[in-house]
Design a protein around this ligand. Structure first.
Ligand code: AOF
Ligand code: ZN
Length: 320
């Protein structure tokens, strides 16, 4: 049991290498161990569209004969469907791996238990739920999106000590960290008011990683085509009468599994009011600016925030 955990921890460590490129797919790691407890293969899911963790782990094994007595440790249930790649469960069976230890089941509708069923049907010994909490937490965004059929929602703003958002609040290091936050979400969302007032580019220019899709809520169809955010990358404009929940479901159906909501205050409050949030990140500067635009108020929550200080600014994060 303890040794099982050790290999699953290694698989978790491998999975994290996918942090910037795997999404909207989950981060997944896999380790293959022979009967003497030696690791003979390792792999992780590098990038959406490329090989799954299990395939990469099997490909890394030099002596394929060892597979017929080996155990595979994988952080997520092996897939059972033909997506961009063929089913990993079939591949495991074809390679004669007799035992598979799984971190957590896959909530994705096309898999959801079918991977385990395939393995069991083929006579593979399966154990699930090893370090389950850690394996679910690793893919918080993916798990939330597929369980709730809407993207994982992060609300993010920067405010002064006296609670205003109109000012240049973020320090250079904090701006860079915000760009990392953007790079780890599939989409960034703003309202038309913010698009008009700030004319932001919404790029990740201070952090290597992919630029998320830009989403603008424009109920009144009032956005001019020459806004900076339209100048590059993918943009989705949501107009017309749609509730926020419907808009989120629409984004999910377009394959977006996480969204960073960046403003303005009203939109932020609407998300909070409709209980459409999973994480909130607030940067608070020490200055009093006596501005005009009040920062959103925090929704009621029992979660204890994590507080860090970066460049003299407090970074307060709540995770539901
Ligand atoms: C695994 N191992 O490493 C990953 C899995 O379009 P595809 O073929 O890449 O399939 C994507 C789905 O496969 C994804 O939504 C998730 O359910 C599963 N991802 N599964 O066994 C992996 N990345
Ligand atoms: Zn797979």
């Amino acid at each position: 049991m303890e040794t099982d955990e050790k290999y699953m921890r290694r698989a978790l460590e491998l999975a994290r290498h996918g942090e910037l490129d795997a999404s909207p797919n989950p981060m997944v790691g896999a380790v293959i161990v022979d009967t003497s407890g030696r690791i003979i293969g390792e792999g992780w899911h590098r990038r959406c569209g490329e090989g799954h963790a299990e395939v990469n782990a099997v490909a890394s094994v030099k002596d394929r004969d060892l597979l017929k007595d080996a155990t595979m440790y994988v952080t997520l249930e092996p897939c059972s469907h033909y997506g961009k790649t063929p089913p990993c469960a079939d591949m495991i069976v074809e390679n004669g791996i007799p035992r598979v230890v799984i971190g957590t089941l896959d909530p994705f509708a096309k898999v959801a238990g079918r991977g385990v069923a395939k393995l069991l049907d083929a006579g593979v010994e399966v154990m699930t739920g090893m370090l389950e909490k850690e394996c679910r937490e690793l893919n918080r965004k993916f798990m939330t999106a597929h369980s709730l059929q809407r993207p994982y929602i992060t609300l993010k703003w920067a405010q002064s000590a006296d609670g205003f958002i109109d000012g240049h609040i973020s320090t250079p290091l904090n701006s860079m960290l915000v760009h990392k936050l953007r790079a780890t979400h599939d989409a960034i969302l703003i309202g038309s008011g913010t698009a008009l007032a700030d004319n932001p580019t919404l790029t990740t220019r201070f952090y290597a990683g992919k630029s998320p899709v830009k989403v603008v809520l424009d109920r009144r169809k009032r956005l001019p085509a020459d806004l900076r955010l339209f100048s590059d990358g993918d943009v989705i404009v949501i107009d017309g009468e749609m509730t926020l929940a419907e808009a989120m479901h629409t984004l999910y159906n377009k394959g977006i599994s996480s969204v960073l909501v960046e403003g303005g205050a009203q939109i932020m409050e609407s998300f909070a009011k409709d209980n459409l949030w999973d994480e909130i990140r607030v940067e608070v500067s020490p200055e009093h600016i006596e501005g005009k635009i009040k920062a959103p108020s925090l929704p009621k929550t029992d979660t204890i925030p994590d507080i860090r200080v970066v460049d003299g600014h407090k970074i307060i994060s709540y995770k539901k």
